[in-house]
Ligand binder design. Structure first.
Ligand code: SF4
Ligand code: SF4
Length: 431
């Protein structure tokens, strides 16, 4: 790392000062160096590099904080191993906080003291973002969202054309010329979002949801102006950019006057808007925000859609997205849906709140410089999948689906990867 200007260093330190609240201070001061978190982190488990141990990540940010904001650190830094924020420590921060953490939060639940390690990593990322040191590969995803309205720079005309084509397909499939994918309709019950990967690479997951909405006779719409459920600024740590993206979604719900916002299958998108955006925007939403996972479970439980589990003949397993289960607490809904749509279901081990990250979280899928590491840590997930003997892996997150597709080909798993909506649409019985 080249020499950093005093101004750049001050910007980073200002973020540390701004965030030194109870949550931050408790976390940096509570680690008892027991090492229990080591085996919870797939970076350490896969590569056995000590620097990858979660507690080492805690120690790094702690040492920098104490160097500037404690009396002992300022006066006798060597005594407490306090480190300056300089080119060397910044390079370490970038490599460990962006390149060796998916923000999966598994270490948090394995720490007996309750150190919020993933939060400390996100503060470290916020520091680096303020210093202008976000990896350009990750930042380009945020820039795409800021300048084009979606993180894949899909032109509106192309987006509309794709949806019109899907609408034609839907009409053929359900044999109803009035079946539709409503665009920019006001006063609907639901505003439904998408992960831009859907129109770009996986249009069938949009078809699946459209078919389910048709079966449920739902009043819904998609905005062509702001439909992107993702918020990669949550991963870069640039809270101002995260706020701009979240504000756009809030404005769109208001503009279209929809009664509820339904977040598509996207773990971090759910966390960034439902749980983090009220903090970014300093407001509470005056409309409900739910995930499509919760909506699908409700449709099935209430009998609003009918499904036939015997239509699925294969053995199915489930990959839980970290942000959905550990941060969002959505654990039972996807299992309920599977209990109604699949006869042969097998859990991975571990699963639910203790699941292993697929390796693609935390923005890793955008940072090509860490691809080798990403595939290496993904080996643990590949092994989990193999052990289940399942031929279908379902995951309610498009980012996870993308990583699982890559693991499928890299580790020759020979499985099919599906979203939950696709699975439900396949089991759907249209009356
Ligand atoms: S959040 Fe996940 S990837 Fe990051 S240090 Fe903890 S266990 Fe490792
Ligand atoms: S488990 Fe918690 S207390 Fe133990 S080393 Fe890890 S962060 Fe520190």
């Amino acid at each position: 790392m080249e020499h950093l200007s005093t101004h750049t260093i001050e910007k980073g330190l200002e973020i540390l000062r701004k965030f030194d609240d109870g949550r931050f201070l408790t976390s940096i001061n509570s680690c008892v160096h027991c090492g229990l978190c080591a085996d919870s982190c797939m970076y350490y488990v896969s590569m056995k590099e000590n620097a990858f141990i979660p507690a080492k990540k805690v120690a790094l940010i702690e040492s920098i904080y104490k160097r500037y904001y404690t009396f002992t650190g300022r006066t006798f830094p060597k005594l407490i191993h306090a480190k300056e924020l300089n080119g060397e420590t910044t390079a370490e921060l970038i490599d460990l906080f962006y390149g060796a953490c998916t923000l999966c939060g598994r270490c948090n639940i394995h720490c007996a003291i309750g150190v919020d390690i993933a939060y400390l990593v996100s503060i470290g990322r916020a520091m680096l973002a303020e210093m202008g040191l976000t990896p350009p590969t990750l930042q380009s995803t945020v820039d795409a969202a800021l300048t084009s309205g979606n993180n894949m720079r899909i032109a509106t005309d192309d987006f509309v054309e794709t949806l019109k084509w899907l609408e034609e397909e839907l009409r053929d499939e359900v044999n109803d010329p009035d079946a539709s994918i409503p665009l920019n309709e006001k006063d609907r019950n639901l505003l439904y979002t998408l992960n831009p990967r859907e129109p770009k690479f996986f249009p069938l997951s949009i078809s699946a949801m459209a078919k389910i909405f048709y079966a449920a006779r739902e009043s819904w719409t998609i905005s062509t102006h702001m439909y992107d459920v993702t918020n990669y600024a949550f991963f870069t740590g640039n809270l101002n950019e995260a706020r701009i993206i979240a504000q756009r979604m809030l404005d769109e719900v208001k503009k279209l006057n929809c009664r509820e916002l339904i977040l598509a299958e996207c773990g971090h998108g759910e966390r960034a808007f439902r749980w983090e955006a009220p903090n970014y925007l300093q407001t509470n939403f005056d409309f409900p925000v739910r995930t499509s996972v919760e909506l699908l479970a409700q449709y099935i439980a209430s009998g609003r859609i009918k499904v036939d589990k015997t239509l699925m003949k294969e053995k199915v397993t489930l990959h839980d997205p970290c942000n959905l289960v550990r941060s969002g607490g959505i654990i039972q809904e996807q299992r309920y849906i599977l209990s109604k749509t699949v006869t042969d279901f097998v859990e991975m081990n571990p699963h639910g709140a203790d699941n292993l990250c697929c390796g693609g979280g935390g923005g890793q899928l955008s940072m090509s410089e860490y691809n080798e590491r990403r595939m290496k840590i993904g080996e643990l997930k590949a092994e989990q999948i193999k052990k289940t003997g399942a031929s279908v892996v379902v995951s309610p997150c498009h980012n996870c689906v993308d990583q699982l597709l890559q693991l499928n080909s890299y580790y020759k798993l020979r499985v099919k990867i599906k979203t939950l909506a696709e699975l439900v649409a396949e089991a759907l019985v249209l009356e």
